[in-house]
Design a protein around this ligand. Structure first.
Ligand SMILES: *Cc1c(COP(=O)(O)O)cnc(C)c1O
Length: 444
C-alpha cells in the first residue's frame, strides 16, 4: 500500500481495493441511516458512516452467533453448561480460555491477563492491591484530564487510605495554552518527586485528545524511581500494539467495548505482571480466583491460581465472554493488532491529511477547527479530536454530521472525536466524513 504522505491524492475506492483487511467489514453489522438519527433524505436501509468505534465498537456477526450459542446452551443444559458444553466452552473456565487470545493483544503471557468485571471496578481492585501508601511515599501521579471515572477512583483511593486527595493526587495538566501533556514534563515530575510517588497511572491513549503516551519510557522512569506503574488501557487495547510484559508494567486495566467490540458494558480485564507472582497474593479474594481443580469444591481456605487469574472474584457472564471471544477471534484472523495498526496508521493519516486540506482547518475567520491530537502517527491511535472555534459551532457541526449519517461523538463544549476503525471502516467512509464536514461547515 502507498505511503501515507500521498494518500490524499488517491481515490478512496482504489485505496479500499488495495486494503488487505477490507473484507473484514463484512464481518460486522454497520448501523443503518434510518436507525441512527440521519435525515429522511438518506436511504434508511443503507449503512451509516460510523466513526465512533472509540466509544462503542460495532457488533460482529461472529460475536452475535457466539452469544446466541451460549443462550442455546443455557436453554438446553442449564447448570450443566458449567461442566459440559457442546462447544467446549465450559463456563467453569470460560474466562481463562480467552486469555491466550487476549495475551497477544496486550503483549503478555496468558497467565498475566484475565477477562473479568468492569474497568472502574478493576481499577479499584488494582489500586487496592498495589497502592500501599506510607508517610514518605503516598502520592498518585495521574492526568488532570483523566477520564472522570479514573479521577474519582484516584481521589477516593487517597481518601480511603487516610490521605487528603489534594495532597496525595498529583494531577498533571498540559502547559498553559497547550492540549497535550508533554512527556518530558511527566518524566521531569517522576525524576523530581518520584520518591514520594506510590503509584503512577496514566491512560495509554488519552480519551479526549487521542494522545498515545510512550508507555515504555514512562514505565521505565517510574520503575527507576521505585514507583508502582499501572495503565488504563480503555482507549489503547485493540487500537495500538502493546508490550506490557516486556515494558515491565506492574498492572493494567481495560474495558472491551471500545476497540475490542464486545458490546456496551462488556466484560473488562486486567494484567498483573508475572514478576509479582511469588511476591504477593490477591488481597481481595473471591471464589473464582480459587485453583481451577477445587473451585467448585469450595474448600475452607483460599488457594489462588498463580498470576492474574487468581485476582478473579466472581463467576463472569458467559454472554459477555462469548461476545468478546468473537472479537478476539476476528483480531486473530486479521493478523493481530499489529496488522490492524498498520492499516490504522494509513486510515487515520488519510483522515488527518484530508482534514488539513479543508478550507475550515485553522481558518482565520468564520467557523474553523483545529486538530488537538498529535500529528505524529506514533503519538496517536485511531482517533482524531477536532477542536472548534467559537462556542456553539461544535454542536451545529455535530448535528449536521448526524443528520448526514456520520456518527461520531461530541465532548462538550467544543470537541468532536472521529475514529476510523481499521477492522470495519473504509477509506470511502473517511472521505465521506470529511466531505460532509466541509458541507456542514460551509452552510453555517
Ligand atoms: C471508557 C472509559 C472508562 C469507562 O469505565 P467503565 O468502568 O467501563 O464504565 C473509564 N476510564 C477510561 C479512561 C475510559 O476511557
Amino acid at each position: 500500500m502507498a505511503d501515507s504522505t500521498d494518500l490524499q491524492a488517491q481515490s478512496p475506492e482504489l485505496l479500499d481495493e488495495r486494503d488487505s483487511l477490507n473484507s473484514f467489514r463484512d464481518e460486522f453489522y454497520i448501523p443503518q441511516n434510518g436507525a441512527v438519527g440521519a435525515s429522511n433524505d438518506l436511504p434508511a436501509d443503507q449503512p451509516c458512516t460510523y466513526m465512533c468505534g472509540n466509544s462503542l465498537g460495532l457488533l460482529s456477526k461472529l460475536s452475535e452467533s457466539l452469544v446466541q450459542g451460549e443462550l442455546r446452551v443455557w436453554a438446553t443444559r442449564g447448570v450443566v453448561g458449567h461442566f459440559s458444553h457442546p462447544y467446549g466452552r465450559e463456563w467453569v473456565e470460560f474466562g481463562e480460555k480467552l486469555s491466550p487470545l487476549l495475551a497477544p493483544i496486550v503483549g503478555a503471557h496468558s497467565n498475566e491477563v484475565i477477562s473479568m468485571s468492569t474497568l472502574t471496578a478493576n481499577l479499584h481492585l488494582m489500586m487496592n492491591a498495589f497502592y500501599k501508601p506510607t508517610k514518605e511515599r503516598f502520592k498518585i501521579l495521574c492526568e488532570a484530564r483523566a477520564f472522570p471515572s479514573d479521577r474519582y477512583a484516584f481521589h477516593s483511593q487517597a481518601s480511603a487510605h487516610g490521605f487528603d486527595p489534594k495532597e496525595a493526587v498529583v494531577a498533571m495538566s498540559p502547559r498553559e495554552g497547550e492540549h497535550i501533556l508533554r512527556e518530558e514534563d511527566i518524566l521531569d515530575i517522576i525524576a523530581k518527586e518520584g520518591s514520594s510517588i506510590a503509584v503512577i497511572c496514566f491512560s495509554g491513549v488519552q480519551y479526549y485528545t487521542g494522545q498515545l503516551f510512550d508507555m515504555q519510557r514512562i514505565t521505565h522512569a517510574g520503575k527507576h524511581a521505585g514507583c508502582i506503574v499501572g495503565w488504563d488501557l480503555a482507549h489503547a487495547i485493540g487500537n495500538v500494539p502493546l508490550s506490557l510484559h516486556d515494558w515491565g508494567v506492574d498492572w493494567a486495566v481495560w474495558c472491551t467495548y471500545k476497540y475490542l467490540n464486545s458490546g456496551a458494558g462488556g466484560i473488562g480485564g486486567l494484567f498483573v505482571h508475572s514478576k509479582w507472582d511469588n511476591i504477593k497474593k490477591p488481597d481481595y479474594a473471591g471464589w473464582w480466583g480459587q485453583q481451577l481443580s477445587t473451585r467448585f469444591q469450595m474448600p475452607e481456605d483460599f488457594t489462588p491460581i498463580p498470576g492474574a487469574w487468581g485476582y478473579q472474584q466472581s463467576n463472569p457472564s458467559c454472554l459477555t465472554l462469548a461476545s468478546l471471544l468473537g472479537s478476539l477471534e476476528i483480531f486473530q484472523s486479521a493478523g493481530g493488532v499489529q496488522a490492524t495498526r498498520k492499516k490504522s496508521v494509513l486510515l487515520t493519516g488519510y483522515l488527518d491529511g484530508l482534514l488539513r486540506q479543508s478550507n475550515f482547518y485553522c481558518a482565520p475567520e468564520g467557523p474553523s477547527f483545529t486538530i488537538i491530537t498529535p500529528s505524529d502517527p506514533f503519538r496517536r491511535g485511531a482517533q482524531l479530536s477536532l477542536l472548534f472555534s467559537s462556542l456553539g459551532t461544535m454542536q451545529k457541526v455535530f448535528d449536521g454530521l448526524t443528520n448526514a449519517g456520520v456518527i461520531c461523538d461530541e465532548r462538550q463544549p467544543d470537541v468532536i472525536r472521529l475514529s476510523p476503525v481499521p477492522l470495519y471502516n473504509t477509506f470511502v467512509d473517511v472521505k465521506r466524513a470529511v466531505d460532509v464536514l466541509e458541507a456542514v461547515m460551509g452552510s453555517l
